[in-house]
Design a protein around this ligand. Structure first.
Ligand SMILES: [Zn+2]
Ligand SMILES: [Zn+2]
Length: 116
């Protein structure tokens, strides 16, 4: 006889495996594709709402974007890893970065924003 599986609760191990696979997939995406994922869009919206729909740098309420202070937690960002900035402040932030000093994800991001 087959052992009966308890189905009252979702299988935790299976859920964890699914979450790990999702995270792996998110982390492997190129940055511009990552920005299109529902995961990032949702997080971005929440971060902006959390900061009162205003730039943390100048208080502007237009063209808000969400800046990664670092990319170590890409795919599982905490709100403390993110900064809500208007486009001008955001570009200003990245203009100071020296391409040869940044990690590969940031370098890729710089290409994306400078390609606008
Ligand atoms: Zn600003
Ligand atoms: Zn940024």
């Amino acid at each position: 006889m087959k052992p009966r599986k308890r189905t009252r609760h979702p299988d935790k191990a299976q859920q964890a495996a699914k979450a790990a696979a999702k995270l792996k997939r998110l982390r492997s995406l190129p940055y511009d594709e990552y920005l299109q994922t529902p995961h990032w869009r949702r997080k971005r919206r929440k971060a902006i709402r959390r900061h009162g729909d205003a730039c943390q740098c100048c208080g502007s309420r237009i063209e808000l974007e969400v800046h990664h202070k670092h990319y170590r937690t890409k795919g599982r960002e905490n709100f403390s890893d993110l900064e809500v900035l208007c486009r001008d402040c955001h570009i200003g932030k990245h203009q100071d970065e020296k391409p040869w000093l940044v990690d590969s994800v940031t370098a890729e991001f710089l290409q994306v924003i400078r390609g606008w």
